[in-house]
Design a binder for this molecule. Structure first.
Ligand SMILES: C[S@@+](CC[C@H](N)C(=O)[O-])C[C@H]1O[C@@H](n2cnc3c(N)ncnc32)[C@H](O)[C@@H]1O
Length: 364
């Protein structure tokens, strides 16, 4: 598949040193993530043993499968950049200095996470939050995260925490939406690239928008999220890109504040597993409403039991370690059926490491 905008940003990747640098970076991030989690678990067992979650032992076979699957993800990430779907600079993109400066704050915050887990306190939110402004399912400390999604502190630590959680694979997983997205946008190949409109639903701190901008340098990109604080953080990150004027809108993805059919494509990354089933369907229905006929929706979220039964223990432990109240329902949910219910056609799905990616088209 050709990215029509590829010629604008393609750089030579023939240099084997670049590939070695990418592999080394990913291996290094993976190692740092593992070391952090191991140290954190040991400290918790020592200092707050009552809060330590009981996890299922990981079979050695599953560890091998995870490792192989992660390697395939990195290979695909490299291959797609080499084919010009997105610039190789994206493979190395991260606010390294900021993360290094914030890393001690992750540790300082960790004891609060333990005590919330110990007390099963999952509704420990800032006092100034107006609960009537949010759906009830949102008012929780997802992942036992301090302030949930509702403070500047939470927003400033989120990217780094996700990077640690996924052993440095968060962006390679997010980039898996780019291939299906570019394929879907071929239907609008007769339009100037600057007239292509893409909406990123539940954009959080904007990491997915940053990947989208890499693949689509001229498209009109819009991000929507419920959290003012996360959108402000997204604004800070995205504004650093030369020429970028971030278009960020606060709202509920179940009923977005846009007129019908305003986008050629919609993406939504890592949201579905944090929603109760009815809200999940509402979000998919509202994504359908946003699309022009022939437009494409690309969803990315955790793998599920049906497509990745070999990772069942990993899914179970994720639920036990992090506060993820809707995850058990999500991993059993039939997303293809939900997409059909909304009216989508040409539904396809593929799994990459711990991420499942769905692509679907609104009929013309
Ligand atoms: C796990 S984060 C994923 C963020 C981002 N897509 C990423 O890749 O990092 C989930 C995001 O969904 C947002 N969110 C949750 N429920 C929402 C809803 N009903 N409407 C809009 N955003 C929502 C949260 O504020 C949060 O930013």
């Amino acid at each position: 598949m050709e990215n029509p905008e590829a010629s604008l940003h393609r750089v030579s990747m023939a240099d084997p040193l670049t590939k070695l640098a990418y592999q080394t970076l990913q291996n290094g991030k993976g190692l740092l993530g593992l070391v952090h989690k191991e140290a954190s678990t040991r400290l918790m067992n020592l200092l707050a043993p009552d809060g330590a979650p009981s996890t299922v032992p990981v079979p050695p076979r599953m560890l091998q499968d995870l490792r192989a699957s992660m390697d395939r993800l990195h290979q695909l990430d490299w291959d797609e950049a080499e084919r010009g779907l997105y610039p190789s600079s994206l493979l190395f993109d991260a606010p390294w200095l900021d993360w290094a400066a914030r890393y001690p704050l992750v540790w300082l915050d960790t004891p609060r996470t333990w005590s919330r887990r110990q007390e099963r306190n999952v509704r420990d939110l800032p006092k100034d939050v107006d609960p009537s402004a949010y759906p009830d399912y949102y008012l929780q400390n997802f992942h036992h995260q301090t302030d949930g999604y509702l403070s500047e502190t939470s927003a400033s630590l989120y990217d780094l925490q996700v990077e640690i959680l996924f052993n440095g694979t968060a962006d390679p997983m997010r980039r898996r939406v780019l291939g299906p997205l570019l394929l879907g946008l071929q239907a609008f190949g007769d339009r100037p690239p600057g007239q292509i409109r893409v909406l990123d639903v539940a954009t959080g701190t904007g990491r997915t928008l940053r990947q989208l901008r890499g693949a689509l340098p001229q498209a009109q990109l819009v991000g929507l999220d419920l959290s003012h604080a996360y959108l402000r953080q997204a604004n800070r990150w995205l504004s650093q890109l030369p020429g970028e004027l971030p278009q960020l809108v606060q709202g509920n993805a179940e009923a977005m504040p846009f007129i019908d059919a305003g986008f050629e494509a919609v993406t939504c990354v890592f949201l579905l597993h944090e929603l109760p089933p009815e809200a999940r369907q509402n979000v998919i229905d509202d994504c359908y409403r946003q699309l022009v006929p022939g437009g494409t929706l690309v969803l990315a979220d955790s793998v599920q039991l049906a497509d990745s039964p070999q990772f069942e223990v990993a899914m179970e432990n994720f639920r036990r370690v992090f506060h993820e109240p809707y995850y058990p329902d999500y991993i059993r949910d039939d997303i293809d059926q939900r997409l059909q219910n909304a009216g989508f056609e040409a539904i396809t799905a593929s799994s990459h490491f711990m991420t499942r990616v769905w692509s679907a088209r609104k009929p013309r």
